[in-house]
Design a protein around this ligand. Structure first.
Ligand code: AVJ
Ligand code: FE
Length: 442
């Protein structure tokens, strides 16, 4: 019945919001208040900004827009407007101190749950299927990942800990290095995923020529060969903008790496450790991913290729929500949700493989694609232009798949992330692709 459906939707939204809040509080309660207001990197907001910004977005969309309530704290809206103040300037703003940010979050959440109790969850697009509640849970989880990035940039002793991710199970290899995806159309984007965001819509058919894609993400071992072969000093492998960037900034290896005592070491959430050869490479810019691919005689996959590899089943012709089908991502299928503080070794999660056997498309590391962030044909901004539309264009490249720090509520085969091609602080790696010769593809 309609009442039952509404009760289920309510429980689902309640659960997603609660899970997001547990994460936000875990990422802020593990450090002293002074660390919440400090600027750990000019690339990031102080953690206390993320906290109150999460509450302010929730106030604007759930309390005011859905609930029709009067503003609780209209005077702080502009402080937490991401477009008014660039990240580097946020520490100097008169932000709510940590205790006030915490009580603001709790107060807004109390109201939001009361709005959820009485909402129709049908009718207006903002309410239908609980969209606004899903959007706000996704917003908070995206900021939880942003806060995790701030933790990675922070200096000083470790504040977070988690068990290591699982290794590939015995008997699951050896894997072929790449998979051929046959030519043909697939459905890109979605119309029927109720909480899909505006940039994932509308669903549309895409014709994709045959391509080969790596079975697993590029490993640190493979990337190290590029580094040690002088890849960073060889103009041939770089785009013009990439070469300019790498020269100007003296880049020689991924962010957080150092060469010491005859080996490569890295800093990961306050711990110094040898670079693990079997793990996917991470903290590389789009320019570095692009250069590696050229060095390897390959290229980055396009966004359409990535999505087709991640959801198209050539056996049935169906396009799935996840590489493995429709089931929600469990701990056996993907490294998501901050259960671990890094990606699993390449080849892990055989149960998360796509129909053609491509692994680790969901979780572990975000994957750079060759594509600029652009609107799908028929796109309409919803519910606000500043979520996606203002970022469309050549300044941003698309990343896909989510990482170990991404919650499942923001991980699905259609989900799109984007960033500037110079960015390295995000938990991003990549896999490579190539166009097969006609006789190979036949
Ligand atoms: C989709 C991750 C690029 O963090 O800038 C958070 C998500 N949008 N608040 C970002 C977002 C508004 C966005 N990314
Ligand atoms: Fe935000």
């Amino acid at each position: 019945t309609a009442d039952q459906g509404r009760a289920e939707l309510r429980a689902h939204a309640h659960d997603a919001l609660t899970r997001a809040r547990t994460r936000t509080l875990a990422l802020s309660d593990c450090v002293e208040d002074a660390e919440l207001t400090a600027q750990h990197s000019p690339l990031m907001s102080p953690l206390v900004w993320d906290m109150a910004h999460i509450g302010n977005q929730e106030e604007q969309w759930l309390l005011r827009a859905v609930g029709g309530e009067a503003p609780l704290r209209p005077e702080i809206d502009s402080l937490y407007d991401a477009f008014e103040h660039p990240r580097a300037e946020r520490p100097a703003l008169p932000l709510l101190p940590p205790d006030e940010a915490r009580s603001y979050l709790a107060k807004v959440r109390g109201h939001a749950f009361r709005v959820l109790e009485r909402a129709e969850l049908a009718g207006r697009p903002l309410e239908a299927d609980g969209f606004a509640f899903g959007m706000i849970a996704q917003h908070e989880q995206q900021h939880a990942e942003t806060m995790l990035i701030t933790h990675q940039l922070r200096r000083g002793p470790a504040a977070l800990s988690a068990p290591p991710p699982p290794a590939p199970p015995d008997g699951s290899g050896p894997l072929s290095s790449e998979v051929l995806v046959p030519a043909g159309p697939f459905t890109m984007g979605t119309d029927d995923d109720p909480w899909a965001l505006d940039n994932e819509r509308p669903a549309h058919r895409r014709e994709v020529p045959a391509f080969c894609i790596d079975t697993v993400p590029v490993s640190n071992a493979a990337y190290l060969r590029f580094v040690e072969n002088g890849g960073y000093a060889d103009r041939r492998w770089w785009s013009a903008a990439g070469w300019d960037h790498v020269r100007r900034n003296g880049l020689r290896a991924p962010l957080f790496w150092r060469r010491e005592h005859g080996g490569w070491w890295r800093r990961r959430f306050g711990v110094r450790e040898p670079v693990p050869e079997a793990a996917p490479v991470m903290h590389v810019s789009w320019y570095e991913a692009d250069a590696y691919a050229r060095w390897a005689g390959r290229r980055l996959p396009t966004e359409a290729e990535w999505e087709k590899a991640a959801r198209h089943d050539p056996g049935t012709g169906r396009d799935l929500r996840f590489p493995w089908g429709e089931a929600e991502p469990g701990a056996d299928r993907a490294n998501l949700g901050q259960r671990h503080l890094g990606p699993a070794p390449v080849g892990a999660y055989p149960q998360g493989a796509s129909p053609l056997g491509v692994r680790q498309l969901m979780g572990d590391v975000w994957e750079w694609t060759s594509s600029d962030f652009a609107a799908y044909p028929g796109f309409t901004a919803f519910p606000y232009r500043e979520y996606s539309e203002v970022f469309f264009g050549p300044s941003y490249k698309v990343l896909r798949g989510g990482c170990f720090g991404t919650d499942p509520v923001v991980a699905r085969a259609t989900f799109r992330n984007w960033d500037h091609p110079v960015r390295r602080q995000i938990f991003a790696g990549f896999r490579t692709a190539r166009t097969p010769a006609p006789e190979e593809a036949a």
